[in-house]
Design a protein around this ligand. Structure first.
Ligand code: BTN
Length: 255
């Protein structure tokens, strides 16, 4: 059972772990606890979500058997800008965890999709609940890992894949969650001073590639150039004009 193995693997960490079979969304459970004053370090894990949520209000396909879904409650001490840093370090942490456990290279598609063999294998959602003064009251870090491909509906099958090409002989769900959480905390403990952007850039799959960009100006092909220290993506339009993109305001697709 994932919960028991996970508790063993993370026994030395300041976490409280609750593992479920099926939930609507691990994020919904986490938010209920957070609003009751639960301190940082609550980890909610589920084998299946019936209403998994992705970025921009999209659904996150979360079937039983081929993935693992988890949410971590954070109460960062400084300002809300840390939500961006949390997204950045979560993407680094998950890609490092996949490399360590699955032994395959994992890259980051700006801003927070983890890519193996050209397909998205993990999605990350960072949601900050702010006080009236703009301080993060708490942050929900939600991560969905696709272990195996094959079960995706047609609309996402072309873009989504599994960390493993076929079912692994040993169930590695708990190992992947534990490694992701451990890698995350190693970086999170360096906030607000750590600089993670050089590692993030080195793992990024976009720079140098032609990508499909959708923003307020419409949908078109642009060339990704680099990612700035503020985690903005700099692209070049077909006209030659350079444009700075902020996450949440645009959609990027690999072509
Ligand atoms: C995305 O790719 O758009 C982000 C997906 C985030 C999914 C995770 S799974 C655990 C947590 N619970 C949710 O409902 N969503 C996040």
């Amino acid at each position: 059972m994932t919960g028991e193995r996970l508790s063993e693997l993370l026994a030395d960490m300041p976490l409280r772990i609750a593992a479920y079979d099926t939930v609507d969304s691990t994020g919904n459970i986490l938010k209920r606890f957070a609003s009751l004053g639960e301190p940082e370090g609550l980890l909610i894990v589920a084998e299946q979500q019936t209403a998994g949520r992705g970025q921009y209000g999209r659904k996150f396909f979360s079937p039983k058997g081929s993935g693992i879904y988890f949410s971590l409650l954070l109460r960062p001490k400084s300002d809300a800008a840390e939500a961006t840093a949390i997204t950045v370090i979560a993407a680094i942490a998950v890609s490092k965890a996949i490399e360590a456990i699955a032994g395959i290279p994992a890259g980051i598609k700006w801003v927070n999709d983890v890519i193996c063999r050209g397909k998205k294998v993990a999605g990350i959602l960072t949601e900050a609940t702010l006080t009236s003064g703009g301080i993060a009251e708490y942050v929900h870090l939600g991560i969905g890992l696709n272990l195996y491909g094959g079960a995706f509906p047609d609309d996402i099958a072309a873009k989504a894949g599994g960390i493993f090409e076929r079912e692994a002989p040993k169930d590695l769900r708990a190992d992947l969650v534990a490694a992701s959480v451990r890698e995350f905390y190693a970086l999170y403990s360096k906030l607000p001073n750590g600089n993670f952007m050089s590692e993030y850039r080195s793992r990024s799959v976009l720079p140098g590639r032609r990508i499909l960009l959708t923003d307020e100006a419409g949908t078109r092909v642009v060339t990704a150039e680099t990612i700035g220290d503020d985690a903005a993506l700099i692209v070049r339009e077909a006209s030659g004009e350079s444009k700075i993109l902020t996450s949440g305001r645009c959609k990027i697709e690999l072509i």
